[in-house]
Design a protein around this ligand. Structure first.
Ligand SMILES: [Zn+2]
Length: 57
């Protein structure tokens, strides 16, 4: 469901970055490649595993 990822990011340019990043990263907790890149509160970049919900930066 691509709509769920776009809804979390909320930026029309972000889905491209998210899709590219998802192929380069894997979750350090469960090893899944289903990783979304999101903006943190301080403007930094964080990553969220869409499989287990683990987040890191
Ligand atoms: Zn995970």
């Amino acid at each position: 469901m691509p709509g769920s990822i776009r809804g979390e990011v909320g930026d029309p340019l972000a889905p491209v970055v998210t899709r590219k990043t998802a192929t380069l990263l894997n979750c350090p907790s469960c090893g899944s490649l289903q990783v979304a890149q999101v903006l943190g509160d301080n403007g930094g970049i964080s990553y969220v595993c869409t499989t287990c919900g683990h987040s890191w930066s």
